[in-house]
Design a protein around this ligand. Structure first.
Ligand code: FHN
Length: 482
C-alpha cells in the first residue's frame, strides 16, 4: 500500500494549533490559574447556585479559621508617647492617637519581626484544628506585608525586616494543607488619594471630605495590588474591610467583585466588598442586590440560623492587633462553646490572633488554641463537614445539634456536664442502633417512645470523668429528625 504523504501545508497548520494551545494553557500548568482569554466576559454577578455551591463547598466544610491582624501597629502595641491609647483596637492607634503619617512611618521603620517563623505559625493553626487563615495583607494604616511593586510602603522596601511575609506564610500554609486567605483594607490612611487627606483624624468620616481622587486610588493602586496578591500568593479568599467610607460606592463594590473573580474565578469574597453590611451584625441589608459570598458578623454570633452563608469573626481578647496591656482574654470554654454555637447555626468561625512586633503569637492565644485543638481531635466530626438541622439548632441553653452532611448521623452537644440522663424531643434513633459519646468506647443505654421522646442514660463512672477541660460532650446518633 502506497505510503501516505502529509501535505506540508497541513504540517504548518498542526504546528500553529499546538503552539496556540501551549500559550493559552501554560499559565494553569503553573497552578496560578491565570485568566484564560474569555474569562473577563463572564459576569460573576450572575452566578448559578450550582456553581456558587460548588465554590463554597470547601469553606462550608472547613468551618473554622484563624484571622491574623499583624502589622506596624504591633510596634507601639497600644502605647503612644508613653500613654495607653484609648479604644480597644490596637490596629487603630494611628487614628485613635491621631498620629501624623510621618510619625507613624517611624514605627514602620522599626518593624523587624526577627522571631517570625511561618512554619511555627502554620503548625499552631493546624494543631488548633483550624483549616484556613486570613491574614491582613494591608490594614487601614496602608502598610503591606508583601513585596509590592505598586508601593514601597511595605515590609520589604520600607521596614528593616526586608522579607516578604505573605510569601513565607502562604508557602508554610500550603505545606500543612491549610487554605490561605488575605484581608485587604479598602480604606487607606496612608495613601494621598484615599484617607490620608483627613490626617490625623483619618476615620472621622462623619464630616470627612471624600477624596476626589479615590476612584484613581481604586483603579491605579488597589486593583494592581490585588492582582499582585492573587497572582503571587494564590489566596482562596479575599476578605475586604473598611467599605464604610463615603468615598466607596455600591457600583465600585460590584465592579471590584467582578474584577477579583475574573482574576481567580474560584476565589471567595466576603460581603465587605460592597456596601450592604448592616453594622456589626454583619449580614447584608435587603434594599439592594449586594455582592459578596458570605456575611461577616463581627464580635458577635447570629441570634439564630440564616439562609445565607456567614462567618463570625472574633478576638480572643478585646483587640485585633497586638496591644501589650490587653489581658482581657476569653476562656477556652467560651471560645469552644462559640465554635459549637456558630456551627449549630450553620456559620463559620474566624478566630483572631494579634502577633507581637517580634513575630510571636501571644502565649495566652497559643494556650487557648491548644485546648481548642485537643477538643476538636475528639469532637471534630461534629463540626467539620456538618450541616444544621431542619428544625432545631438547640434545646434549651446548653444543648446544640449538628448533622453530618448528607447522612442521617446527628450530633448532640452538651455545653455543660449532663445529668444522669439526657431527654431529647427532636431525634429518633434507628432501631437497635448504638448511641456513642465521642471519645468514650462503650455504647450508651437509651430508649425511645413517641410520647416521651429519646432518653439517653449516662453512667456515673462516665459522669465522674467530666472535668474543667471537658468543655462539651458530643453524643453521636444514627437516626432521624422528628
Ligand atoms: O476596623 C476594622 C478593625 O480594625 C478590624 O479589622 C475588624 C475585623 O473584622 N474590622 C474593622 C471594624 O469593623
Amino acid at each position: 500500500m502506497a505510503k501516505k504523504t502529509i501535505d506540508p501545508k497541513l504540517n504548518t497548520w498542526y504546528f500553529l494549533i499546538v503552539i496556540i494551545f501551549l500559550i493559552n494553557y501554560s499559565g494553569s500548568a503553573q497552578g496560578k490559574k491565570l485568566v484564560k482569554p474569555n474569562q473577563n466576559t463572564i459576569n460573576y454577578l450572575n452566578e448559578s447556585s450550582e456553581s456558587f455551591n460548588q465554590r463554597m463547598k470547601w469553606w462550608r466544610d472547613d468551618r473554622f479559621g484563624m484571622f491574623i491582624h499583624w502589622g506596624v501597629y504591633a510596634v507601639p502595641a497600644g502605647i503612644y508617647n508613653n500613654k495607653e491609647v484609648k479604644g480597644n483596637n490596637g490596629e487603630w492607634i494611628m487614628n485613635n492617637a491621631q498620629i501624623p503619617i510621618k510619625e507613624y512611618e517611624k514605627f514602620a521603620r522599626q518593624f523587624n519581626p526577627t522571631k517570625f517563623d511561618a512554619d511555627t505559625w502554620a503548625k499552631i493553626v493546624k494543631d488548633a484544628g483550624m483549616k484556613y487563615v486570613v491574614i491582613t495583607s494591608k490594614h487601614h494604616d496602608g502598610f503591606g506585608l508583601w513585596d509590592s511593586k505598586v508601593s514601597n510602603y511595605d515590609v520589604v522596601d520600607f521596614a528593616p525586616y526586608g522579607k516578604d511575609i505573605l510569601k513565607a506564610l502562604s508557602k508554610a500554609c500550603k505545606k500543612q494543607g491549610i487554605k490561605f486567605g488575605l484581608y485587604y483594607s479598602i480604606i487607606d490612611w496612608h495613601h494621598p488619594d484615599a484617607q490620608a487627606i483627613n490626617a490625623p483624624n483619618y476615620n472621622n468620616w462623619k464630616d470627612q471630605k471624600t477624596n476626589p481622587n479615590f476612584a484613581s486610588y481604586l483603579e491605579n493602586y488597589m486593583k494592581p495590588q490585588l492582582k499582585e496578591l492573587i497572582v503571587n500568593y494564590d489566596p482562596e479568599i479575599i476578605w475586604f474591610d473598611g467599605e464604610w467610607v463615603p468615598d466607596f460606592t455600591h457600583a465600585q463594590g460590584q465592579e471590584l467583585y467582578q474584577y477579583v473573580r475574573s482574576l481567580k474565578p474560584s476565589i471567595l469574597i466576603n460581603n465587605r466588598v460592597d456596601k450592604g453590611r448592616s453594622g456589626m451584625q454583619g449580614m447584608n441589608k435587603e434594599d439592594k442586590k449586594y455582592v459578596g459570598d458570605f456575611g461577616t458578623p463581627e464580635q458577635e454570633i447570629l441570634e439564630t440560623t440564616s439562609t445565607t452563608d456567614w462567618e463570625s469573626c472574633m478576638t480572643m481578647n478585646d483587640t485585633w492587633g497586638y496591644k501589650k496591656n490587653d489581658h482581657h482574654w476569653k476562656s477556652s470554654n467560651v471560645l469552644i462553646h462559640n465554635l459549637i454555637d456558630v456551627t449549630a447555626k450553620g456559620g463559620n468561625y474566624l478566630l483572631n490572633v494579634g502577633p507581637t512586633a517580634e513575630g510571636l503569637i501571644p502565649q495566652p492565644s497559643i494556650n487557648r488554641l491548644k485546648q481548642i485543638g485537643k477538643w476538636l481531635k475528639i469532637n471534630g466530626e461534629a463540626i467539620y463537614a456538618t450541616e444544621k438541622l431542619q428544625n432545631n439548632y438547640k434545646q434549651g441553653d446548653s444543648i446544640r445539634f449538628t448533622k453530618e452532611k448528607g447522612k442521617s448521623v446527628y450530633f448532640v452537644i452538651t455545653l455543660n456536664k449532663p445529668g444522669k440522663k439526657i431527654i431529647l424531643k427532636n431525634l429518633k434513633p434507628k432501631t437497635n442502633s448504638e448511641i456513642m459519646l465521642l471519645g468514650y468506647d462503650n455504647p450508651l443505654e437509651w430508649n425511645f417512645n413517641e410520647k416521651e421522646g429519646l432518653k439517653i442514660n449516662i453512667p456515673l463512672e462516665l459522669l465522674d470523668t467530666w472535668n474543667n477541660e471537658s468543655y462539651a460532650w458530643t453524643f453521636k446518633i444514627n437516626g432521624s429528625e422528628i
